[in-house]
Design a protein around this ligand. Structure first.
Ligand code: ADP
Length: 455
């Protein structure tokens, strides 16, 4: 029993010791458990943070993707734009090369840097190098150099571009008429250049000149024709002073053969002869001037009233003109016009002769009224009118009378009014016709006054 007791005791002690160990282990386990719990908490926190980070990363990733997509799109667009730019450049280069107009690119001081083949062709050169490095100033005729300087300085000083017309001499010495239209352009590197489009008007100017020459020839032929119509009147007019001279001389001769005559008497007769010679000379001078061909290119300043007076002097050789009632209503002061005097006289003669024809149709011989009027319409225009009391313009003719070869007269040519109209237009005016309220017709033309630019 005692042994058993001891054994029990020992077992009990062992059990106690084991219990203690178990207790200690349980405590340790508890500690470990707590640590595990805390670690678990931390892990959960870290996990949550990681999850936040992960969603942030996802957002950033999406943003990056969007940026990337945009960049890719922009790159695509840029590539497309560059391709288009290349096409545009190629187009421009084709236009530059194939344009029939001369195109220049110049530095701001007017030195040619690029020129298209049309420019070289117009200049009758063989390569662009003949022109590159030089100024348009070197090729224009000397009187146009100032225009070029003004154009270049206008662009540089105030950015003003206006087209200028110049004449140039080509490499072969031929003269050409050019219109230069400059504009300012920006290059890729933002530098400025002057680009000029130069249009060759030579053919047009030559055609216009030829046309003007033909018109002048026609006007001259018509003046000869008009003078032919007036020839019998002029011959009659000349006959009068010549007969008077013959009479004076015969009288003098008889007196000298008879009682003789004093020096005083001879001097008086000479005076009369001289007046008649002067009158005959004047008639001939007017007739000669009226038909001189070279008169067609002479443009000078004249008083329109003086032109009217001279015309009436020539017309005064016409029998019918002397018989009608003429009234002049001329502007009180001289009105200066820059004209070809003979051509304006030609228009007036034609208007008056037509008026006389119309009067003849409406009145018995020796009657009828004609008025010649000059007036100043405004600062820039003068108006000359021939008013008659003839048959007037029948309505169905009014629109046709300015057409070439339209005539209502037997033996008429129908060229007087068309030529007169083109003469007045070449002077920058207008020829018009309408019926007078009472009777007859009014033919009038306008002319720009001196200093007014012709349109
Ligand atoms: P022509 O005198 O040879 O007929 P014009 O060209 O000078 O040629 O005139 C053309 C036509 O205009 C005349 O035939 C006439 O019918 C008409 N005409 C011109 N002037 C007058 C006028 N003052 N009154 C009436 N008709 C006129």
């Amino acid at each position: 029993l005692e042994t058993s007791n001891e054994e029990l005791q020992s077992t009990y002690e062992e059990a106690q010791s084991t219990n203690e160990e178990l207790y200690t282990s349980s405590e340790e386990l508890q500690t470990s458990n707590e640590e595990l719990q805390s670690t678990n908490e931390e892990l959960r926190t870290v996990n949550q943070e990681l999850s936040v980070k992960s969603s942030e990363l996802e957002t950033t990733n999406l943003q990056l993707k969007a940026i990337n997509d945009r960049l890719l799109h922009e790159i695509e667009e840029r590539k497309w734009a560059e391709a288009r730019l290349e096409i545009e450049r190629a187009k421009l280069a084709t236009i530059f090369r194939s344009q029939p107009n001369w195109i220049n690119i110049c530095s701001l001081d007017g030195i040619i840097q690029e020129i298209n083949p049309a420019g070289v062709l117009i200049m009758e050169g063989h390569s662009p190098e003949q022109l590159i490095g030089r100024s348009m100033r070197d090729f224009v005729l000397p009187e146009y150099r100032k225009e070029i300087d003004k154009c270049v300085s206008g662009i540089n000083d105030v950015g003003e571009f206006h087209a200028i017309e110049v004449k140039i001499s080509t490499f072969k010495g031929n003269v050409r008429w050019l219109e230069i239209r400059p504009v300012l352009i920006h290059l890729d590197n933002d530098e400025l250049r002057i680009m000029s489009i130069i249009v060759d008007h030579t053919e047009r100017v030559l055609t216009q000149n030829q046309l003007a020459e033909r018109q002048q020839e026609l006007a001259h032929i018509m003046r000869l024709n008009t003078l032919g119509e007036m020839a019998s009147g002029i011959a009659h007019e000349l006959n009068q002073p010549l007969s008077a001279i013959a009479n004076y001389i015969r009288g003098c001769e008889l007196r000298m053969k008879g009682d003789g005559c004093s020096e005083q008497e001879i001097s008086e007769v000479m005076q009369l002869v001289s007046t008649q010679v002067k009158r005959a000379g004047e008639i001939l001078r007017y007739a000669k001037d009226f038909t001189r061909k070279d008169q067609d290119i002479e443009w000078h300043e004249h008083d329109i009233n003086a032109i009217v007076h001279e015309t009436l002097y020539l017309l005064d050789t016409t029998e019918q003109f002397k018989q009608i009632q003429l009234s002049k209503s001329l502007y009180a002061n001289p009105i200066m016009v820059n004209v070809n005097k003979i051509q304006i006289e030609q228009v007036l003669v034609n208007m008056v002769l037509n008026a006389l024809d119309a009067i003849r149709e409406a009145h018995p011989p020796g009657s009828g009224m004609l008025q010649i009027r000059t007036e100043r319409l405004d600062q820039h225009q003068v108006k000359v009118s021939v008013i008659d009391d003839g048959i007037g313009l029948p309505e169905d003719y009014a629109s046709k009378i300015f057409r070439p070869f339209f005539t209502s007269k037997k033996g008429g040519m129908g060229m007087g009014l068309p030529i007169s109209s083109s003469i007045i237009e070449a002077h920058g005016g207008k020829l018009e016709a309408h019926n007078n309220i009472s009777q007859g017709a009014i033919f009038s033309f306008t002319l720009p006054t001196k200093g007014t630019q012709r349109p």
